[in-house]
Write a protein that binds this ligand. Structure first.
Ligand SMILES: NC(=O)c1ccc[n+]([C@@H]2O[C@H](COP(=O)([O-])OP(=O)(O)OC[C@H]3O[C@@H](n4cnc5c(N)ncnc54)[C@H](O)[C@@H]3O)[C@@H](O)[C@H]2O)c1
Length: 453
């Protein structure tokens, strides 16, 4: 039977079944192996490629990157694993080479790990070619991009997963178990964000051997993320990277599945950190010191939810600070905060005192971590990169709904353009669009209910 017909068929069924809590038995693995391509084999692409190459159920059939150094590094990785050489695209630096890769056919799915501005057009082209998409975080740039990606998915019925790895972090997953077990009582307030000193990511010397720091070049002279990401700090002011923080919070509060974001606003501080860094590292006369950065050093976004919770996100990437996503999950019975790895549960903890979270994490270890902790060892970001790739591949093989689906993707990622709009309109509070067109009322949670994916 025609494979594409099959896929359309299962997706229609999948949509109807999205109302049931557990994945139905009919979704047992139907394919033993999937043929995947990858667009963008830069620093992130190479981490994800490693996870694909470690698996026996994935054939990496095609790679596309317009930077020959990055493409060469990816091919070396394939060689190390003694896997067949994939077809390659983009050596000619043609930014449209990915279309040739998609048109060549034969791919079940594609991983997109390119600069943000490419995610929407690449995902749309892949879904139009009926190739399933695993897209790195952010689904698009403008609000219209998000509608376009959503509408293409709905029309093509091609699987789309946002590769949001923090949803799979060990403590984050234990907290998910605790939320579902009612340990926090009724949830009231949550916090998260992206608090990561990226100054040495946004600036470097342009030397491919040293992607982090060592200079204050960006744009045409920068390498890896300094080549493209810094420009977003020049041109934009908003919550530019929402999904690491909002992903887990949205899973805890069942956003798009019985709950939804209703209102949003964002505040931005002045922009000082990046200019200060350039002057201290490169001197006041360096050309980068003439740049005016638009991105506020700390951007604080607040979301109101239909069921009465608030969620606060902070984007903080331009000042010196240790890494922390700043999670806080608070309910009528207590709260967890990740910055001090601590928890307080009324009746269990001593009044007004924190307990060490580790004991609770061990007790509520998620079944996925129980099963795969050893396999995940050595994978990127403390193992969670194994899980995010695992989830995509297993869902694709089983022809099951993606665990972080198109509605999650566009809802989480649209926080960026909406926060930009709020800031530009003097921190105005805005309505949050309902991408599900009312289906949030009847959709049921499906993320990580068992030890499969
Ligand atoms: N989930 C995570 O933890 C995580 C971590 C790092 C990066 N990321 C995301 O991964 C993506 C890539 O980031 P990165 O750090 O690898 O950046 P990078 O600059 O190192 O790699 C991006 C690659 O895309 C290639 N590219 C650009 N335009 C292209 C085109 N038209 N066709 C084909 N290739 C093209 C570049 O040549 C480059 O090699 C970004 O969206 C970033 O936000 C996610």
């Amino acid at each position: 039977m025609d494979k594409q017909f099959n896929r359309r068929d299962f997706l229609t069924t999948g949509a109807a079944l999205a109302g049931s809590l557990m994945l139905p038995k009919a979704f047992a693995a139907t394919r033993q192996k999937v043929r995947l391509g990858m667009i963008g084999t830069g620093m992130r692409g190479q981490v994800l490629l490693q996870e694909l190459l470690r698996r026996d159920d994935v054939e990496v059939a095609a790679l596309c990157d317009i930077e020959p150094v990055m493409l060469g590094r990816a091919l070396k990785q394939v060689e190390k694993f003694n896997k067949p050489k994939p077809k390659t695209y983009g050596e000619d630096r043609d930014t449209q080479a990915y279309k040739r890769m998609l048109d060549a056919g034969g791919l079940d799915g594609v991983i997109i790990a390119t600069p943000w501005e490419w995610h929407a057009p690449m995902a749309i082209a892949a879904m139009q070619a009926k190739i399933a998409v695993g897209c790195e975080v952010v689904a698009g740039i403008t609000l219209q991009d998000h509608w376009d990606v959503l509408n293409t998915q709905l029309k093509s019925r091609t699987p789309y997963m946002l590769l949001e790895n923090v949803c799979f972090r060990r403590d984050v997953m234990a907290v998910l178990q605790m939320v579902r077990a009612g340990v926090f009582g009724e949830l009231v307030h949550l916090q998260g964000g992206y608090q990561h000193d990226l100054r040495a990511v946004k600036f470097n010397s342009g030397d491919p051997a040293k992607p982090y720091g060592g200079g204050v070049e960006y744009g045409a002279k920068g390498w890896s993320e300094a080549h493209w990401r810094t420009e977003h700090s020049v041109q934009r002011n908003g919550e530019l990277y929402p999904s690491h923080g909002i992903g887990p919070c949205a899973m805890y509060t069942n956003i798009n599945r019985g709950n939804r974001f209703t209102r949003i606003n964002a505040f931005a501080t002045k922009a000082r950190g990046l200019h200060d860094y350039v002057v201290k590292q490169g001197g006041a006369n360096h050309p980068s010191a003439k740049t005016t950065f638009k991105l506020g050093d700390v951007v604080t976004t607040t979301l109101a939810c239909e069921n009465g919770e608030t969620i606060l996100l902070q984007h903080d990437t331009s000042l010196p600070r240790p890494y922390s996503l700043g999670f806080r999950v608070q309910g009528t019975d207590g709260l967890w905060m990740d910055v001090n790895h601590s928890i307080h549960i009324e009746g269990k903890s001593k009044p007004h005192q924190w307990d060490d979270f580790q004991v609770w994490q061990d007790k509520y270890e998620h079944p996925l971590w129980k099963k795969y902790a050893k396999t995940a060892e050595g994978a990127g970001h403390g193992g969670m990169d194994f899980f995010v790739i695992h989830a995509f591949v297993e869902a694709l093989k089983a022809e099951a709904p993606m665990p972080i689906d198109i509605y999650d993707a566009v809802t989480w990622s649209a926080i960026t353009p909406l926060s930009e709009q709020s800031i530009a309109q003097n921190f105005q509070t805005l309505d949050f669009p309902d991408f599900t067109a009312g289906q949030w009322k009847s959709r049921k949670p499906i993320f990580a209910f068992d030890d499969r994916y």
